[in-house]
Design a protein around this ligand. Sequence first.
Ligand SMILES: [Zn+2]
Length: 447
Amino acid sequence: MSDSPYWNPKTETMPREDLRRLQGKKLRAMVARAHAKSPFHRRLLDGAGVKPERIRGLDDLKRLPFTTREAWMECQGQVPMFGDMLAQPVDDAVRYHMTSGTTGRRPLRVLDSRLDWKWIAECWCYGFHGFGVRPHDRVFFAFSYATFIGFWGAHYACEKMGAMVLPSGNMTTPNRVRVIEEMGATVVCATPTYALRMAQEARELGVDLVNGSVQRLIVSGEPAGSIPATKKMIEAQWGAKVGDTAGMTELGTIMMFECAHQPGGAHVIEDHFVEEVIDPATGKEVGYGEQGERVVTSFGRGMIPVIRYRTRDLVVKVPGSRCRCGRTFDLYEGGILGRVDDMLLVRGTNVYPRAVEAIVREYPVVDEFQIRLWTEEGIRDEIGVRYEVRSGHEAGAEQAVAALQKDLVRNHEGLNFHVERVPTGTLPRFELKANRVKDDRIVKGGA
Ligand SMILES: [Zn+2]
């Protein structure tokens, strides 16, 4: 293998004009195929009056209709089990996965062919190689290998690159920590939350991670991977570098990764995806540096063509030249910033869970925490942060938390935050997507 920092030197450093041409070519082929093979897409395209043969390049992308999660779920309700979005027969599938199941929503069911899995692994290779993983590495997966697609693709990427996979299936946290030490893992894959949880367990077991074998953590599954304070905390507790990635079940793989230069954001894999950023209210595209909703078009998954899918993820796109690595791929500054639907409205003030986490993580005294909302006197919204003190930080905890409380208020237009200490082990721990919001209000003032 070459010593190139890029997995695919040709596309990752391609001039933007050539990249656009390549995307246009792939778009043309994909729309024609989706129209011919997928009843769902044919319905959508015909309904919008789009003739596939009129799609010639990337400039025509805006003429295509959006795909929503609601429409996808609905087609699965009407044509059980997998809906009529599939562009290949069910028999072509070699594995079944589904979304991790947010409460109250029907999960999305996805199928992938053998060829799809090759592509899924290929996309992860951009991220792993780009963050410095090489064939000599031993990669530990703190992941349960179930129907949630999560790190499955990363596992295959490691095999493809020739790195050694250390799977941990349904192991307990103490077992995982011991295996990491015993096997001399050099890379660990986990959610940001679970990386912190394992570090806590290591302290209790007397395992010294900082001077141990792990050099890199590749995180995914939560926005926190790009929150500077959270990242700094994980890096300090592991004595290793943290690289963020983000993917989704709807794509089967990652569409962005942080490179070894750690620019504080993630590069979009633009030879396999087109990412647009729109104003969620109007659907109009916003420019570089403006926050908006990600809309993704994916070229590689044969069974499930994805055209202008509204992800509800909030992002800010900036040019790739922001990073010194030489990639021409655009960056999402700060990674995934949250969800369009995540915003909490508390007495007229907007509160984003990610912003609260960014503040809380500035205080190493806090171990686990939870944002709680409740109704006072049957009418007034209240918000608080419940926290557990990190072992070894008891002295001075009170003072630090007083400063945290002031910080939260200052960053939320004077909205009062109740900050309350709870005994260690009270708050829920998460292995997959963390949910640190407990909304007990009578009327929830969400967006
Ligand atoms: Zn870079």
